[in-house]
Design a protein around this ligand. Sequence first.
Ligand SMILES: C[C@H](O)[C@H](O)[C@H]1CNC2=NC(N)=NC(=O)C2=N1
Length: 121
Amino acid sequence: MTDTLAEKTCTPCRGGVPPLTRDEAQRFQAQAPDWELGDDAHRIQRSFRCRNFGDALALVQEIGELAETEGHHPDISFGWGYVTVCLSTKKIKGLHENDFIMASKIDRVFDRSGRPLDRQR
Ligand SMILES: C[C@H](O)[C@H](O)[C@H]1CNC2=NC(N)=NC(=O)C2=N1
């Protein structure tokens, strides 16, 4: 049995590997079903609904700390009541397993945040 994505660690990606094909990305996406695969299969995205601006800001902070720990960095936008996270691997201009590892870890951060946040796809 292979580890779940959330238990893996992002590996340094310095380029030189091909991005995931759409088929490969869809197989990873089955393990991160709340994330939407972009039409170009170059990114995945998920929005989280939050109670207010402060909760959204706190979630961004936690995701930022996780990104620094893993060495893999999402694009994040947020405002009152929402956080939107976009993951891709800039070095290869597409998706890498790291993006799905981060997605699964971000899901865990959200699920364990203890804040009364609703889900939003
Ligand atoms: C070596 C190290 O993995 C790279 O500098 C990382 C840092 N964080 C990164 N984050 C993302 N999203 N894409 C990258 O290509 C990337 N490169």
